[in-house]
Each structure stands twice: as structure tokens, then as C-alpha cells.
Ligand binder design. Structure first.
Ligand code: G3H
Ligand code: 13P
Ligand code: ZN
Length: 335
């Protein structure tokens, strides 16, 4: 059993307090491998942004939970080296379990050195969600680990109905949920969803360039929630913007992505200024990595050393993370 404090990690308490006061959002980036973590650390040190490194269940299956923990620890060491080299300040790094679904999983992450966990009971009944979340909170708080809960269901990529009214968070439930569970932050559903196809084409309009423009997020629900639990940290999942440029590069180099639509940056900027303190981004990293790798291999079909194509992929990721920190979330220079 190891405490995250021994690994140089921090929980999300201080990060969210500052984000709330400073009206910005902390980026929460998913990672599965070394190049992703390198890119996140480089970008966040250079922009002096706090960061949450997220491990999903897919990442645990792909890369092994223990190895990911050591990558998280390595991220702290790398961050310290980089900051020293560039005469910049150290940045706070949290290692977070994304979409934990059982008490046992949350406990195992806490015991192995994660500083923050999400327990996603949003698919359960309200009562079961409360009891499961409370159980995790009790175990986590005894170890100074922060917990994110979720109310309202985000539509999945494959769901037939995307962001249907009934899946949005009900503002009238949030006070009871937060009070009874003791969670530190709350993920809500206001129209975002996971993956690169967040809206159906028929839900969108098209601009002059033929780009899909999705309907606005339900900022009215966010405002109602903010009124019910003033000053409480809100989390937005499914917040990739799905950049048209990345999709174009992918498709120009053999990809077949269709009908991709993300959350416009303007809306994320607006959310970051509100009580939204954490913004989850995974798909945009996947898209830029794929775009860089496809382009590299199409341009240089003779290359076969992974460093030859993972290097450009890492550069593309660094640029993307810096852009998010500086121009979308407002988290740059906040350490
Ligand atoms: O929340 C969803 C994340 O994008 C992680 O997805 O389980 O495929 O890694 P994954
Ligand atoms: P995206 O698929 O929009 O990147 O969302 C990621 C996420 O919410 C991880 O929990
Ligand atoms: Zn998510």
C-alpha cells in the first residue's frame, strides 16, 4: 500500500479551489502510454498549468494499472526536471481514476497511489448511486484522496439516443447527492458525450464550409445547478472539440471517419469560467495522434521505427494540450 503523497502527487482539492476562484478549469487528460504522458507533462509545464492525469478502465486493461501508476509517478519526476531546466515553477499533478465503477476498483487505485478517484454510479438508481459513492468517499477521505461522483447519464458513442432530455442531470437532485455522499466534485450531464461523434448530423446545422455546428450545451441546467450548490466544483466529461483539421488529415491519409462533431471551443471557454473546474479530454488526443501517425507513414512509407512516427505524434499532442490550456481552459500560468 502506498500513499500518493510519497509519489509527489496531489489531490484535487487545492486545484479546484484555485480554479473556482480564478474562473478557469483544470485539464483532465487521459493517457495510456509514454508518449501521451510526455506530451501532457511538457505542455503543462510550459504553460504552467495544473493537470489531472486520468486512467480509464480501457487504459487499465491496455497498459496495466501498476505500470500506469509508475508512469504517473514518472510524470512528477519528469515535471520537476523540466521545470528546473526551464526555470519554471513545479506544477501540481493529480493521478485520477476515470469512470471507476466499483468500490473495489476505487479502493485498489487508492491503495496503489492514486490521489483522486471517480466513482461513476450514474447508471444506477439515485439511491444506489448515493450509497456506492458514499462508500468510496468514506474510504478515500480517510486517506486524503478526493472523489468525483456523477449525476445524470452521458450518452455513449453507440447510443441510439444522444443527450436525450431525461439523461441530463436533474438540478433538484444535486443538493441531496452532494450532502449525503460527501463528494468533492460532481460530473454532470448537460449535452456532452464521449467519443468523436457527439451529435447526430440531423441535430446540427452546417456552416459555409460544410462543418457541422451542434446545438448549444444546456447552460441553463448548469446555472441551476450552480445556484443549488454555490461554489461546488463541477466536472464536464466528453469535452473534446473534435477538430476538423485533425479529421481532415486522418481522412486524407486513408482514414474513414464520418460525421464527427465535438463541443465548440467557445462553449468550453464559457464553461471554464463557470463552476466547471475540471474538463475531461481524451478523444482529441486520439485524433491528433492518429492524424500525425497516418500522415507520417503516408509520407514516408519506408519508415518502420516506432520513434519515427510516435515522435511527430507526440509533437502534435504537445501543441494540442498547450492550445487547450492557453486558449480554451484558461489554466495557463495558474500554478
Ligand atoms: O471516458 C472515456 C474515456 O474516453 C476513456 O475511454 O476506456 O476507451 O480508454 P477508454
Ligand atoms: P472525450 O471523448 O470527449 O474526449 O471525453 C473524455 C472523457 O470524458 C473521459 O472521461
Ligand atoms: Zn468521461
Amino acid at each position: 500500500m502506498v500513499s500518493y503523497k510519497e509519489l509527489g502527487l496531489v489531490n484535487t482539492k487545492e486545484m479546484f479551489k484555485k480554479a473556482m476562484e480564478g474562473k478557469y478549469a483544470v485539464p483532465a487528460y487521459n493517457f495510456n502510454n509514454m508518449e501521451q504522458i510526455q506530451a501532457i507533462v511538457i505542455a503543462c509545464v510550459e504553460t504552467q498549468s495544473p493537470v489531472i492525469l486520468q486512467v480509464s478502465s480501457g487504459a487499465r486493461k491496455y497498459a496495466n494499472q501498476t505500470l500506469l501508476k509508475y508512469l504517473g509517478q514518472g510524470a512528477v519526476a519528469m515535471m520537476q526536471d523540466l521545470a528546473k531546466e526551464k526555470s519554471l515553477k513545479n506544477i501540481p499533478i493529480a493521478l485520477h481514476l476515470d469512470h471507476g465503477d466499483t468500490f473495489e476498483l476505487a479502493k485498489s487505485c487508492i491503495d496503489s497511489g492514486f490521489s483522486s478517484v471517480m466513482i461513476d454510479g450514474s447508471h444506477h438508481s439515485f439511491e444506489k448511486n448515493i450509497s456506492l459513492t458514499k462508500q468510496v468517499v468514506e474510504y478515500a477521505h480517510e486517506r486524503d484522496v478526493t472523489v468525483e461522483g456523477e449525476l445524470g447519464v452521458l450518452a455513449g458513442i453507440e447510443d441510439a439516443v444522444v443527450a436525450e432530455e431525461s439523461t441530463y442531470t436533474h438540478p433538484e437532485e444535486v443538493i441531496e447527492f452532494v450532502d449525503k455522499t460527501g463528494v468533492d466534485s460532481l460530473a454532470i450531464s448537460i449535452g456532452t458525450s464521449h467519443g468523436a461523434n457527439k451529435f447526430k448530423p440531423e441535430q446540427c446545422t452546417k456552416n459555409d464550409q460544410g462543418v457541422y455546428i451542434p446545438p448549444e450545451l444546456k447552460f441553463d441546467i448548469l446555472e441551476e445547478i450552480e445556484k443549488k450548490i454555490p461554489g461546488f466544483s463541477i466536472v464536464l466529461h466528453g469535452s473534446s472539440s473534435v477538430p476538423v483539421e485533425a479529421v481532415k488529415i486522418i481522412n486524407a491519409n486513408g482514414g474513414t471517419l464520418k460525421d464527427t462533431v465535438g463541443i465548440p471551443e467557445e462553449q468550453l471557454r464559457k464553461a471554464a469560467k463557470s463552476a466547471v473546474c475540471k474538463v475531461n479530454i481524451d478523444s482529441d488526443g486520439r485524433l491528433w495522434m492518429t492524424a500525425a501517425i497516418r500522415k507520417h507513414l503516408a509520407d514516408k512509407p519506408g519508415d518502420f521505427d516506432p520513434r519515427q512516427y510516435l515522435g511527430p505524434a507526440r509533437i502534435a499532442l504537445i501543441e494540442m494540450y498547450k492550445h487547450k490550456n492557453e486558449n480554451v481552459l484558461g489554466s495557463n500560468n495558474r500554478v
